[in-house]
Design a protein around this ligand. Structure first.
Ligand code: NI
Length: 165
């Protein structure tokens, strides 16, 4: 399972696409999501399907070790007025980070690993992470929330990093 990055044009095109709803939650999908959880161990706290080349609406989040959360066809149904800022990074733009302001608590609805619908309230880092992953399903990357100037700076930094590898 390879993680797509924005410096490769064809991969960026996939990352920038709006994803389609999952039609059926079957064992193959669950196995695939289990694998995604394994892939991010030690390197990230969330991974969305477009990042591994599938333009489908699902992602995994693992903030607490061995407590992965599975979100299939998620919808954010409520957001707080209060915002909080976190330094975000992304496995599709590795090595660069930016402070992003987002609602500090949200209500999300999705289907879980057992194919059952659930609703959850999330706050703090969990809320940020879910919003970040949810954005991926709509082709949005964290840097899109920065001002044009900051986004340009971050992109330049990232391209320099890529060239130095
Ligand atoms: Ni990301």
């Amino acid at each position: 399972m390879d993680i797509l990055t924005i410096d490769i044009e064809e991969q960026n095109a996939i990352l920038r696409q709006k994803s389609e709803k999952v039609k059926e939650i079957d064992q193959a999908l669950i196995d695939y999501m289990d694998h995604m959880v394994e892939v991010i161990k030690g390197s990230g706290i969330g991974l969305a399907a477009p990042q591994v080349g599938r333009n489908e609406r699902f992602f995994v989040v693992q903030i607490e070790e061995d407590k992965p959360l599975y979100f299939i066809n998620p919808e954010i149904i409520g957001t707080s007025e209060g915002l909080s800022s976190y330094e975000e990074g992304c496995l599709s733009i590795p090595g660069v980070y930016g402070d992003i302001k987002r609602p500090d608590s949200i209500q999300v609805q999705a289907w879980n690993r057992r194919g059952r619908p659930f609703t959850m309230e999330a706050e703090g880092l969990m809320a940020t992470c879910i919003q970040h992953e949810f954005d991926h399903l709509n082709g949005i990357l964290f840097m899109d929330h920065l001002s044009d100037r900051k986004k340009e700076k971050l992109l330049k930094k990232y391209m320099k990093l890529v060239e130095s590898l």
